[in-house]
Design a protein around this ligand. Structure first.
Ligand SMILES: Cc1ncc(COP(=O)(O)O)c(C=O)c1O
Length: 479
């Protein structure tokens, strides 16, 4: 406990302590049923007499905030909401309300472990710190002059950045658009969220890939959408499934991540991409193309043309970001679409946050402008190739009897199939104990028996050790 009572203050120590604990209870940090520290240990921690703590607990008891259970100490009262003179709201009831759904508890658990402990991290879907261009950003921040307005931004985002994105999309992705058809968002995630909130209604049917990016799933459910899955095989989805779902369920939108799909790493072949466009164009079904990875191809022979670059009819809403090219903490993403759609989304974003902060937008514009962008991309790909190759060879050496995978030719994820005897949840728990984290496949879709190892996230020198820890966890389960 960082807080300490003020021994020089006017309020008696026992009252200060009672007030402090009462506040913690009110803020929900000690929910009903929590056992408070023993009198002895709290006295030691706060450097006061045990009698002071007894008096503080007496105050809480007489307020009805705690109960004393013989043998198990002092507990926050389960009936407190009715008894307390301070009438504390029942926050437990409130946190279950609201239209936003929480992340799955297991996902929260993994994130908590990764943030709190020093684990070897194959779990978080982002770049490792040794891949982020800290020097380039440091240079921008110290050497470039900042001349941007500090007032509220244009609802679609900073014009200078949008112009840079227009050039970037043309040069790197052969996508032709104008600054009016771009909205800057807080990463691709916010773009997806805005699309779901603004362009669809409760009860609408949509199709999405199974497995797919975990954070879009609660967002679909929270919006009350009817969701239909497009199973992902070795070569991505089958376009005819879209046609089938349209005829059977009149799907109103399709969400796809065609190039280096998260989590499978698959690439939809050019022929299939064209077929997706042909089907959706024939029936006027909007496609949301989520494309964070197409620039991090690790094999130059692969055709990575986006659906958007092939779309001549305006069927595709295109989303991308700098998270997987530079830094996820920058929170710069964008969506490209018809002007009326972009204006609708921009209007909603303005209601949410009055537009994106100018500082990351300015840094992002300078980054896209600079010579360093290309050099960084080249370096990033080489480093990712190294990470992927080390991971693959370590897995082949240590775990080839227990799991199989298809080599990803781009992106940052490796999707592994476990042999039948291994339960991915038990493997996760054992692995966390061994100091290594990954994402069980069934958090990302319906199929069991897979795990996602994000090679882009882990520091290169820790990959082999991470695989060894995974192996030890797996062998322990098999004993
Ligand atoms: C397919 C996909 N879409 C969207 C996102 C969100 O990325 P951002 O950091 O740009 O919000 C991710 C991140 O992992 C992703 O893999």
């Amino acid at each position: 406990m960082e807080w300490k009572p003020d021994k020089q203050g006017d309020i008696p120590l026992y009252q200060q302590i009672a007030n402090y604990i009462q506040k913690r209870i009110a803020y929900g940090e000690y929910p009903p049923g929590t056992i408070l520290p023993s009198e002895r240990s709290l006295a030691k921690e706060l450097d006061v007499n045990r009698g002071t703590i007894i008096s503080a607990y007496d105050v809480l008891y007489s307020n009805g905030m705690v109960e004393r259970i013989k043998g198990s100490g002092t507990k926050v009262n389960r009936d407190m909401w009715g008894l307390s003179r301070t009438r504390i709201p029942n926050w437990d009831l409130y946190v279950e309300r609201g239209s936003f759904l929480p992340n799955l508890p297991l996902y929260q658990h993994i994130q908590g472990e990764v943030h709190e402990k020093n684990l070897i991290n194959f779990a978080s879907g982002e770049l490792a710190h040794d891949l982020m261009p800290y020097d380039v950003f440091r240079d921008i921040l110290t050497k470039q002059d900042f001349h941007q307005s500090l007032g509220y931004e244009h609802p679609q985002g900073n014009l200078d950045l949008r112009d840079m994105i227009v050039n970037h999309l043309k040069e790197f992705k052969s996508i032709e658009c104008s600054s009016q058809s771009i909205l800057i968002t807080s990463g691709a995630q916010q773009a997806l969220h805005l699309v779901i909130q603004c362009l669809l209604n409760k009860g609408d049917s949509i199709a999405y890939e199974d497995p797919s990016y975990a954070h879009s799933l609660p967002t679909f459910r929270a919006a009350g959408l009817k969701t239909f899955k497009l199973p992902i095989g070795k070569n991505g989805l089958n376009p005819e499934d879209i046609l089938y779902l349209y005829k059977k369920h009149k799907i109103k939108m399709v969400f796809l991540n065609p190039i280096f799909q998260n989590p499978t790493g698959t690439v939809l072949s050019l022929e299939k991409r064209k077929r997706v466009l042909a089907i959706t164009q024939e029936f006027g079904i909007p496609v949301v193309e989520d494309d964070p990875y197409s620039l991090i191809s690790l094999n130059d022979r692969i055709n990575t043309s986006t659906l958007k670059s092939l779309d001549k009819s305006g069927t595709v809403l295109y989303i991308s970001s700098l998270s997987k090219l530079a830094a996820s903490g920058l929170r710069i993403g964008w969506i490209v679409g018809p002007n009326n759609v972009i204006q609708r989304l921009a209007d909603a974003k303005q209601q949410i946050d009055f537009g994106h902060s100018i500082f990351p937008q300015w840094v992002a514009a300078e980054f896209l402008k600079s010579e360093s962008f290309k050099a960084n991309l080249k370096h990033l790909k080489l480093e990712l190739i190294e990470k992927r190759n080390i991971l693959i060879s370590s897995l082949q050496e240590e775990l080839s009897n227990h799991l199989s995978f298809q080599k990803p030719e781009g992106g940052i994820h490796l999707w592994c199939r476990l042999d039948n005897e291994v339960n991915e949840y038990k493997l996760l728990e054992e692995s966390l104990k061994n100091g290594v984290a990954f994402v069980p496949g069934s958090l990302l879709g319906t199929k069991t028996g897979n795990i996602r190892l994000t090679f882009g996230r882990v520091e290169t020198h820790l990959i082999q050790e991470g695989v060894l820890r995974l192996k030890n966890a797996l062998l322990k389960l098999k004993k």
